[in-house]
Design a protein around this ligand. Structure first.
Ligand SMILES: Nc1ncnc2c1ncn2[C@@H]1O[C@H](COP(=O)(O)OS(=O)(=O)O)[C@@H](OP(=O)(O)O)[C@H]1O
Length: 300
């Protein structure tokens, strides 16, 4: 364990957000008791976590879909390792929904019984970078950077919460989960595909969860998971948590832009080329092809 960073806590090679994490919980994470009907949304930070949490909560809770129960998504689908509201996970009724940023090798070993479900969401790392830059500068609990270039170097070095997006030996996020996919009951989702066709994405998720939705329910899920609606929904937008529980350094929102290709507005030609070089070097033998270059601006 690494002890000298104000913001990062390195545990077994992976950087956690020091101010939100309970080290004793981490030490026992391996043996965390999973249930066969648990569902975990797993992501590298800024890849569509709260979006997928919202979709799961809408699929599982009728009272969320029809808005008869007012419960924050953060409490319906809490973070495993960042248990802000000190929820007693053992006392939660099944099925339990969780979100997590852990790499595959730190996931509770119970997930390897392939009963509990994992939904892994990935996003174009350039958009992750831009989203993460804004998020880190906005919150008092993350280290701020003076500019994108400075943040990019931390990101490429894995000196951020979540460590490396890229592949580097075993300490990477995306490759680890992908290469060990046969050990888990896992569905891979891609932010850009969700953005392009939310309805099909919700159907894909509900089918993986073996939760059949009526047309009316499907409409309700899609409608409440659309960016513009989530952004103004206090149950879903985390605004209150950021402002009242975490603390803002500058004004902003969790649901910032929710677009594809925002990196094009921020990275210089040189920064983009450097990013591409690192990407090509580290991902050259990665078998998945990504569809990140959807020009969403044309669709809006
Ligand atoms: N409904 C919907 N549609 C499209 N995009 C959405 C949606 N909900 C959240 N978001 C965007 O996801 C980004 C936040 O990622 P995470 O939820 O993974 O963040 S975190 O890791 O949990 O902190 C953040 O991306 P940026 O807007 O690019 O910063 C959010 O706006």
């Amino acid at each position: 364990m690494d002890g000298d960073d104000k913001y990062l806590l390195k545990f077994k090679g992976y950087n956690f957000a020091r101010l939100f994490v309970d080290i004793n919980f981490l030490k026992n994470l391996d043996d965390f008791e999973t249930r066969d009907d648990d569902v975990f949304v797993i992501t590298y930070p800024k890849s569509g976590t709260i979006w997928t949490q919202q979709i799961l909560s809408l699929i599982y809770y009728e009272g969320h879909r029809n808005r008869t129960e007012i419960v924050n998504t953060a409490d319906r689908s809490p973070f495993l390792e960042y248990n802000l509201h000190k929820i007693d996970f053992e006392k939660r009724p099944s099925p339990r929904l969780f979100a997590s940023h852990v790499p595959y090798y730190l996931a509770p070993k119970g997930l390897k019984n392939k009963k509990a479900k994992v939904i892994y969401v990935s996003r174009n790392p350039k958009d992750v970078l831009i989203s993460y830059f804004h998020f880190s500068n906005m919150l008092v609990t993350f280290e701020a950077s003076n500019n994108i270039g400075e943040f990019m170097e931390k990101f490429l070095d894995g000196k951020v919460v979540g460590s490396l997006w890229f592949c580097h030996e075993s300490f990477d996020h995306m490759r680890g989960w992908y290469e060990h996919r046969h050990d888990f009951n896992i569905l891979f989702m891609v932010y850009e595909e969700m953005k392009k066709d939310l309805r099909s994405s919700v159907l894909k998720i509900s089918s993986f969860l073996e939760k059949e939705l009526s047309e009316e329910d499907l409409d309700a899920v899609v409608n409440q998971a659309v960016f513009q609606n989530m952004k103004v929904d206090p149950q879903a937008n985390y605004d209150s948590i950021l402002k009242n529980e975490i603390g803002l350094r500058t004004k902003g929102h969790f649901l910032r832009k929710g677009t594809i290709g925002d990196w094009k507005h921020y990275l210089t030609v040189q920064q983009n080329e450097r990013f591409d070089r690192v990407f090509q070097r580290k991902m050259k033998d990665f078998p998945l092809k990504f569809i990140w270059e959807i020009d969403e601006e044309l669709d809006q």
